[in-house]
Design a protein around this ligand. Structure first.
Ligand code: IPD
Ligand code: CA
Ligand code: CA
Length: 614
C-alpha cells in the first residue's frame, strides 16, 4: 500500500446519509470506549463548531459515493483525512463495508492506515470557482424540443496552445479518481489513482472517431471557450452553472489534495474495478494469490496486518553477551565490523529491512505536519538555555512516530528527545529525534530533519533520516550499506585537508571553526547533527564535528555514515560510544577515513590551546 501513514486521531466527524443509524450506533460505542470525540452531521449540512483545527480529526462518511463526495467538499479544504463507509451499492470511493468499520478504525488509531493524497481539479471563470475530486463537464444545454440539436462546439487551449474545436455533446476533464466515472463511459482510460496527479480531457459523444482523450499534467492550464450556451457541472452536479456563448473557463490541477484513508479492509483498486465493472480479464472469486514480499513471507504477516513484533527477537532471544553501551563499528581508518555489531545474516536482514520500512513511513508521516508548520511557529518553549528550544511541531512529530513504532513493535524500548525514556538495554530500542534542527525550523530555515534509529542491545543497527523540505530520505542497515532515496551512497576518498569541505555542529567556543577554517576549503555550520552525518555519508562533506551530542541527535546518522564508509570517533580518536541511560553528551568526529588522522592532529592542538587559554 502506498501513501503516508496516518497515526493520530483525537476526534471523528462523521457525515451521515439517511438510514445509517446502525452504523452510527456502532461508531458511537467504538469512540466512547477509546475516549475519542465523535460528532455527526447529516449529509448536506455544514460542519461548524464540531471541527477544531488544533486537534487531529478523522472524517468519516457513511453512505455511498455521493456522501463521500460531499465529505470531500467538507474535509479536503480543511486537510482532514477521510474514510468512506459504503452503505450504498455501486461505490468506488467509499470502500469499507459497515461490518469492517471497527476493525478498520482500530488500524487507524494503531498507526497502520495510510493516506492517499488524491489530485483534484479546479475550475474558475466569471460564473464559477469550484473544485472537484472526480470531474468537470461542459455539455450542451438540454434542448426544450428533444429533436433539436444536442451538439455543442467548444474551443480548447492548453497553456495558450490551441488544441482544437471539439464537437459533440461536450467535454469532461477528469482526475484519476474520476476516471471510473463519466470519462470511462466516454471511452476514457482508467487511471490507477495512487500518486497519480494527471488530468484527462475526454470528448463526450463526439462524431469524430479520431478525437481521443488527452492526458495533461496538473499544472497545465486548460481553457474551454463555448460557441453556444453550455452547462458546467462539477462532480456530477455538486456545483453547476450555465455558461453563455463565448464564455471561457480555466481548468487546472487544484492545489489542495483530497486525503483518502486506506486500510487493509478496503477492496484493492483492481479488485473493486473488476467487481464493479464485471471485468472478464480477471476471475474475481478465484484470483491468484497476491505476490507477497520477502519481508511479509519471512514475518508471516497476512493481508490484515498482524503484529510483527514476534518476528523481532525479544530481550530473551537476544545475545546476552552484547554490551549495552554503543560500540564503534568502524574505528579509525577501518571499515571492518566490530564484534559488537550483530551479524546481519539473512533473517536479521529481513527483520531490519522491515524496521527500515516502518521507520521510513513514520518519518514521512511526521514530515507532513512539519512541512505545514515550518516557518509559522508562534510558540517556542526554552528548555535548558536560549538555543535549546522545543515547539508544538516537535511534539506532534514525536506523537506520530511513537504511535507508529509502538503499535508495530510494542515490546521495544523507545528513547525519544521529547518523552520519558523506555530503554531496553538487553533488547531493541528505538532512538528518536522527531525534529533535529528545531532552531532552523522555528526560523523558517529548511535545514531540519527527522531522525529514527534502531538499537540492538545498545548497538545502532538501522537508521533513517528524513528531510521534509527536500523530501530526501537517507537510510542504512549496519554493514549492509547506506542509501539516499534508494540509491547507494558512500563517503569521499579525499585525503588532503586543504581540499576538504567540513561541517561543524555545536562548537560553543569556536575551536573547530578557528582551527580548521584556514586549513580547509570551508567549514559550514548547518544546524542539524543528523543531517550533517548524512552529508558526510553522501559525500557533500568530508568530515563533521560535534562538540557534544545527545544520542538522539546522531544515532540514525551514525548508522548511515558508518554504512557509507565513515570513521566515527570521539575527539581523542577513541571509538565513539554513547549511553542511553544518562544525560551525558559526547563529542563526535566523523570523517571519510583518509582525513581522520589529520583532523585529529589539528583538533588536539585546538583543544590543548583552548585548555591553555582557560
Ligand atoms: C540540535 C541540532 C544541532 C546540534 C545540537 C542539537 P535539536 O538538536 O542537532 O545541530 O548542534 O547539539 O541539540 O535541539 O534541534 O533537536
Ligand atoms: Ca537534535
Ligand atoms: Ca530535537
Amino acid at each position: 500500500m502506498q501513501g503516508r501513514r496516518l497515526a493520530t486521531t483525537d476526534e471523528i466527524i462523521a457525515i451521515v446519509s439517511p438510514n445509517s443509524d446502525d452504523v452510527v450506533a456502532g461508531l458511537e460505542s467504538w469512540t466512547t470506549e477509546r475516549d475519542i470525540t465523535l460528532s455527526t452531521v447529516d449529509v448536506g449540512d455544514e460542519i461548524g463548531e464540531q471541527y477544531d483545527p488544533n486537534r487531529a480529526t478523522l472524517g468519516i462518511t457513511i453512505g455511498g459515493d455521493g456522501t463521500f463526495l460531499e465529505g470531500i467538499k467538507t474535509f479536503a479544504p480543511r486537510n482532514v483525512p477521510q474514510l468512506g463507509v459504503n452503505t450504498g451499492t455501486l461505490s468506488f470511493l467509499a470502500r469499507v463495508e459497515p461490518e469492517d468499520l471497527n476493525a478498520a478504525l482500530d488500524e487507524v488509531v494503531r498507526g497502520r492506515a495510510k493516506v492517499d493524497s488524491r489530485q483534484q481539479v479546479a475550475v474558475t471563470g466569471s460564473s464559477v470557482d469550484a473544485t472537484g475530486i472526480n470531474d468537470v463537464t461542459v455539455e450542451h444545454v438540454p434542448p426544450e424540443n428533444p429533436v433539436d440539436s444536442k451538439v455543442t462546439q467548444l474551443d480548447v487551449y492548453a497553456d495558450d496552445e490551441y488544441v482544437g474545436e471539439f464537437e459533440g455533446t461536450g467535454l469532461a476533464v477528469s482526475t484519476p479518481t474520476g476516471s471510473t466515472g463519466i470519462s470511462l463511459s466516454a471511452n476514457g482510460p482508467i487511471h490507477y489513482p495512487v500518486d497519480n496527479h494527471t488530468l484527462q480531457l475526454v470528448p463526450l459523444h463526439t462524431h469524430q472517431l479520431g478525437v481521443r482523450p488527452i492526458v495533461v499534467s496538473p499544472s497545465t492550464e486548460l481553457r474551454i471557450v463555448t460557441r453556444g450556451p453550455a452547462t458546467l457541472l462539477v462532480d456530477g452536479g455538486r456545483t453547476h452553472t450555465r455558461l453563455e456563448t463565448g464564455e471561457s473557463v480555466l481548468l487546472t490541477g487544484a492545489d489542495r489534495l483530497a486525503h483518502v484513508v486506506r486500510t487493509s479492509y478496503d477492496d484493492h483498486f483492481f479488485t473493486a474495478i473488476a467487481k464493479k465493472l464485471g471485468w472478464g480479464i480477471r476471475a474475481v472469486d478465484d484470483q491468484p494469490p497476491t505476490p507477497r514480499s520477502e519481508t511479509e513471507r519471512a514475518l508471516g504477516s497476512g493481508s490484515h496486518a498482524g503484529t510483527i513484533s514476534s518476528a523481532i527477537p525479544t530481550a530473551t532471544d537476544a545475545d546476552p553477551a552484547k554490551s549495552s553501551s554503543v560500540a564503534d563499528a568502524g574505528e579509525t581508518g577501518s571499515r571492518s565490523a566490530s564484534p559488537a555489531v550483530p551479524s546481519t545474516g539473512r533473517d536479521d536482514r529481513t527483520t531490519l529491512e522491515y524496521a527500515r520500512t516502518v521507520a521510513t513511513e513514520a518519518a514521512e508521516a511526521a514530515g507532513e505536519p512539519l512541512r505545514e508548520l515550518h516557518g509559522q511557529v508562534d510558540s517556542i518553549t526554552v528548555k535548558s538555555d536560549k538555543s535549546d528550544i522545543v515547539t508544538e511541531a516537535d511534539h506532534q512529530a514525536n506523537r506520530i512516530i511513537t504511535t507508529v513504532i509502538d503499535n508495530e513493535f510494542p515490546e521495544h524500548g523507545i528513547v525519544s528527545e521529547e518523552q520519558p525514556r523506555r530503554n531496553r538495554a538487553d533488547g531493541y530500542t528505538w532512538v528518536i529525534d522527531p525534529l533535529d534542527g528545531t532552531g532552523n525550523f522555528a526560523h523558517g530555515n529548511p535545514n531540519y530533519s527527522v531522525s529514527i534509529a534502531l538499537l540492538d542491545c545498545g548497538t545502532p543497527v538501522m537508521g533513517v533520516v528524513y528531510v521534509p523540505e527536500t523530501d530526501e530520505l537517507f537510510s542504512a542497515i549496519a554493514e549492509v550499506g547506506a542509501r539516499r532515496d534508494g540509491d547507494p551512497i558512500e563517503t569521499t576518498d579525499r585525503d588532503r585537508l586543504d581540499e576538504s569541505m567540513l561541517i561543524s555542529g555545536y562548537d560553543p567556543d569556536g575551536t573547530f571553526l578557528s582551527h580548521f577554517y584556514q586549513e580547509s576549503r570551508g567549514v559550514r555550520r548547518l544546524g542539524s547533527a543528523a543531517l550533517n552525518l548524512c552529508y558526510l555519508a553522501s559525500g557533500s562533506a568530508d568530515a563533521t564535528w560535534e562538540h557534544d551530542t545527545h544520542p538522539w541527535d546522531i544515532a540514525a546518522g551514525l548508522v548511515i555514515a558508518r554504512a557509507a564508509g565513515a570513521t566515527i570517533t570521539d575527539e581523542r580518536g577513541e571509538p565513539f560510544t554513547f549511553e542511553l541511560e544518562t544525560d551525558d553528551r559526547t563529542a563526535l568526529l566523523g570523517s571519510n577515513g583518509p582525513l581522520h588522522p589529520a583532523l585529529l592532529g589539528h583538533l588536539k592542538t585546538g583543544l590543548s590551546d583552548r585548555g591553555a587559554d582557560r
